[in-house]
Ligand binder design. Sequence first.
Ligand code: TXA
Ligand code: MG
Length: 477
Amino acid sequence: MSKMVSEHAKLYRNVLRELRRSVASHRKVNRTVAVNFRSIVENMRKSESAQVRHDLENAALFLRSQREHKAYARFMTPVHPTTRLLKCDPACISFLASSDLPSISSQETSQALATAALHLQNLETVVFPTETVYGLGALALDASAASKIFSTKGRPPDNPLIVHVSSFAMLRTLLPPDYMLSEAYQALMKHFWPGALTLLFPRNADVVPTIISANQPTVAIRMPSHPVARALIAVANAPLAAPSANTSGKPSPTRAEHVQQDLEGKTGIILDGGPCGVGVESTVVDGLHEDGNIRVLRPGGVTVEEIERVLEKEMTGHIPKVLVHRRDFRDEAIEHAPTTPGMKYRHYSPSVPVTLLFTSSSPPENTRPMTITSFINALIHSKLDEDQCKIGMMATDESKIWDHLHTASGIEWHRYSLGSVTEPAAAAHLLFDGLLTLDRAGVDQILIEEVHESREGLAVMNRVRKAAGESIWLTID
Ligand code: TXA
Ligand code: MG
């Protein structure tokens, strides 16, 4: 008990030190917030549960990660005076079924991978391409390496990380020794690994540090199919924790340039393997429930339709249902848990406001749709004091409203196509690039027209809803 109390005291002091540092900095900190925070921490200290200890640990790490992150951003004090961009050609890397090690036919790529692997072994972060988005990687089984991910991104520490493996043998080393894969998991892994599917597994507490899983009993694992990602993990010979390589809250990067613009000076190495194919993050699936059903916590690169098709084809007995969070099930505990991808924190937001325009779906009860003419008038009116208002518009080629919008005078339009409406994979591929490109072009606001929520469209709308500060239902008058 006395050990527990002294651990609490140490953690508590850490939190207060971090808090004082942020209060004492040149920035204006709201005193009420500081005082309230202090009293919350003091109340927490009175409890002795392990959960409170964990919360205190998180609070200290969060405050530190915010402080460090803000310091990088404000003063541009690079932790890595130069961020090296190393070219890695995915076409020169292949994996044979007989070996877990890649064969690499280019000297430049092979050297870049070796340099990056060394950097990782020195407990530093490395940015690498995956088939979904670029990831900010660090050794998953080393808590101090993994903690750098949080400070580099300014990521809240209660948001768990995905662990990336390069082989099934590596996966085995992470799981509890007596854990047996379910038939559904075997089918999903057979079809989608390597690939854009993340599965939750029971966490082996002897191997996976708590910082990775934010103290959850589960750990999220995936095997990326991008040759550079898989080769890096294999060459480093260690599982890598990797969230998307962006400052927390910003859109995920799908090109090395996106990462450079955001994390220059904050990470030592960026492996440039060209643009990511899928463009949205992996699908996060929880198949650990007693009922055997497959719960999609975050829709992503592997579609719900594909998962259903594979389960139907491969399962011998009862075919599990595929339930999508917030569409087919809602769970109070999940809604409030930070582990539900993207629920608790601001997400995918560029620096300018994003507005989601519904042009097909009907509005919810008590919401009146707006005519397109009044929408345009409101848009112009809200920017009256500016010389010219620049608006970014993201929509499929078959947009229902573009013809009406772009003829409006007083607005400089920047159109970014999300491809054809018949190809939702194209919208997924283009979404983050569009948000980041328009943001860089200096638009004042970004409008996104809804896409149909089937196949990859489900993942696209999931991201757009989180990026958008407001939603408007339009009628064409
Ligand atoms: O495609 C991807 O998944 C990319 C690339 C780099 O692999 N990674 C990625 O990581 O998107 P991140 O950290 O941006 O998103 C991971 C999501 C988080 O929102 C987190 O809530 C969820 O996965 N997650 C991780 N571990 C979890 C767990 N044990 N239980 C529930 N959700 C978990
Ligand atoms: Mg992310």
